[in-house]
Design a protein around this ligand. Sequence first.
Ligand SMILES: [Fe+2]
Length: 313
Amino acid sequence: MNIIGLDALIFGVDDIQACSDCLRDYGLTPVEVDAQGGRFEALDGTSIIIRPADDAHLPPSIGPAPSLRETVYGVASAADLDAIAQELGRDREVSSDANGVLHSVDDMGFAIAFQVTVRRPFSASADLTNAPGSEPQRPLNQLGISLDMPAVPRTLSHVVYFVPDAAKAEAFYAERLGFKTTDRFTGVGPFMRPTGSDDHHCLFMIQTPPHMKGCEHFTFHMGSGTEVLLAGRRFEQNGWTSFWGPGRHLFGSNWFWYFNSPLGCHIEYDADMDKHDDAWAARQAPMSADNSQLFLFTARDKWAPSGPPPKQG
Ligand SMILES: [Fe+2]
């Protein structure tokens, strides 16, 4: 059951134009997008898909629109789809659509789907660092940054669910789909990765009161912390408002910057996440400000030291 990670997240929304503007400004590439929504792709083909909330082809909603309607995982081969269909088919409905995509639900009622992954190879440059005490990574005369340097989402990283029973949800993903728990916030929920991915997590779940279900946020991997800061800065300049960040998480070590969005959840940039294998022993810590981030900053407008710094709120 070689699940590689997230291929797509499908949202039912009430304002196609606002969501299209948001996802385009975020840096995703619109593909086959019209008044009925469409797909917004990262460099590797993973995507966010938006449709009108009343689209009859979408799985049932688990909350008021706009909301996450389906989480699509990519798998390595058709044999993996067969294994998943056999496993989930033991106690729930599993259907296969005309494109060979499997559709089912998890134990919390979230619609989940599985397909042979759309992820395609791509190459994009790394953020090379010159650190005293280590070999320089950038050759002489190679510049580190430029005003117009690209900072675009590379691959769909993770999704975060609000779930009414985090223990039951964790058991489903571990026992039925083979996910591994990498770390856990005590009494809150687990960070999990599927066996086909070494990323710290592609799924994090947060315990909520009964009847509160939904998506807290999703994020794509950027190339570096610099790219998180640059893309977030550009996103802000397009009028989108910061929710949390920029900063760097402790569990996963990933840089983060969260924004408000019209998709019914927050939308994050992340970069430089830890990678793990089965030798990793999951940590556990209470949820707190210190355990949620190593540091946290607030962005300010650019200025130059030719006068006093501008007053900002
Ligand atoms: Fe996140």
